[in-house]
Design a protein around this ligand. Structure first.
Ligand SMILES: C[S@@+](CC[C@H](N)C(=O)[O-])C[C@H]1O[C@@H](n2cnc3c(N)ncnc32)[C@H](O)[C@@H]1O
Ligand code: SF4
Ligand code: SF4
Length: 383
């Protein structure tokens, strides 16, 4: 069922200016469907990890299930990107697995910088010492994101013993190394929602100036599972948004140099978009966002199934894959299926976030998730 008019998507007279802004944003996405423009590149540097988080969407272990790109291979791919695109407009997000397990990380970051690209790592923080953060800074990196998944006990419930203090120390190390932006990323769950003020205080005290709230997707180790402590009920989603609206208003009023925002691919409704994040935050996979997976496959986003990769950058130039493949990402056909078929909001939403559609096909719509957003494939009661 598409959302009814008595729902979070409903707009009143006060939301009309927002609708205009949202229409401009969707027009930009539609232009990118016709003329993709690579500006955000994920590099899935490895699938190895020193932690074994219970919610890991990439199912990471100590060893990789696929052959990782060698240093030369990844540098060669980056050089072709530097030749074929305007590298100065490309921001590379280095993710994993745990990027700090790659011994050549500093060399690869230095090459990105030499090519004119900006870069950041997303890390569990446990290996981020001051000397390593300084080496990344010396290589040209200016942004680091560290995952902090709750207050200490909540973080360690999913990330393992002794991971919390080290992760906070990682934030402090990044700050001491001179990073411009140090971001904390929190997977909001039913069981850490009450601790959001406490988490904010901890990451700010450690040195973060940005805080991103994400939600758990039922992929990787969580694929097909049901753990109600991880999933946000509709009331939890509304509370998360209420918290964000309140904090963003307060921070803005006090002109504080700390920002908190929500991050997911789907449309949140005209009242929530802009109130909880910048207006242009919906899913851009395959439009301006592309990825080099750890074995050289080229995909729209590392959170999509690997079978959705569009070709290997070891066999073809990245730009050739980017320009000739990705057709399904650049059409609306598949997006206008299921509950989106007759939804009044399709024109502003374009069918939600792609990896969320795949991870939880019965619960990807953020308008539904604010009202009746049960995870239909999961029945915690077992009835
Ligand atoms: C896959 S991790 C890789 C980087 C690093 N190892 C870390 O944990 O930060 C990248 C981000 O994805 C988040 N993540 C992991 N599993 C997830 C899931 N099932 N749903 C949503 N986000 C997830 C992590 O919390 C982290 O912020
Ligand atoms: S979420 Fe990050 S730290 Fe945790 S197991 Fe996955 S890759 Fe490792
Ligand atoms: S995901 Fe978007 S288009 Fe699909 S039903 Fe929800 S609001 Fe409508």
């Amino acid at each position: 069922m598409p959302p009814s008019h008595d729902d979070p998507g409903r707009v009143g007279i006060r939301e009309l200016p927002k609708l205009v802004t949202l229409h401009r944003a969707v027009a930009r996405r539609q232009r990118l469907m016709a003329e993709p423009d690579l500006t955000y590149l994920f590099w899935e540097s490895t699938l190895r990890c020193n932690l074994r988080c219970s919610h890991c969407g990439s199912s990471c272990e100590a060893t990789s299930p696929v052959d990782e790109l060698s240093t030369d291979q990844v540098i060669n791919i980056l050089r072709t990107i530097g030749e074929d695109f305007d590298a100065s407009r490309i921001f590379v997000s280095i993710t994993g697995g745990e990027p700090l397990l790659r011994k050549d990380l500093y060399e690869v970051v230095a090459e990105m910088t030499r090519l004119g690209m900006m870069s950041c790592i997303v890390t569990n923080g446990t290996l981020l010492t001051v000397p390593r953060a300084k080496r990344l800074h010396d290589a040209g990196m200016r942004t680091v994101s560290v995952s902090i998944d709750g207050a200490k006990s909540q973080h360690e419930a999913v990330r393992g013993k002794d991971s919390y203090d080290k992760a906070l120390a990682g934030i402090t190390a990044a700050r001491q190394a001179g990073m411009v932006d140090v971001e904390a990323i929190t997977c909001v769950r039913h069981d850490n929602l009450d601790s959001l003020p406490q988490i904010e205080a901890a990451v700010r005290a450690a040195g973060a100036n940005l805080w991103r709230l994400i939600t758990v997707d039922m992929m990787g180790r969580l694929a097909g599972t049901c753990d109600p402590s991880l999933w946000l009920s509709p009331a939890d989603v509304r509370r998360t948004f209420d918290f964000l609206v309140k904090r963003r208003t307060e921070l803005n009023r006090c002109k504080e140099s700390f920002d908190v925002q929500f991050s997911c691919g789907g449309f949140l409704g005209a009242r929530r978009e802009e109130a909880v994040r910048p207006i242009d935050s919906q899913c851009f996979a395959g439009l301006c966002v592309g990825s080099i997976l750890c074995d050289g496959q080229v995909a729209a986003c590392p959170s999509l199934p690997r079978s959705w990769a569009q070709g290997s950058a070891l066999d073809h130039r990245f730009s050739a894959i980017w320009r000739t493949q990705f057709q399904m990402h650049r059409t609306t056909g598949w997006r206008r299926t299921g509950p989106c078929t007759s939804c009044d909001w399709f024109g502003l939403c374009l069918g939600g976030g792609l990896h969320e559609r795949v991870a939880q096909p019965d619960a990807f719509c953020w308008l539904h998730r604010q009202t009746d957003g049960s995870l239909a494939m999961i029945d915690p009661s077992g009835d």
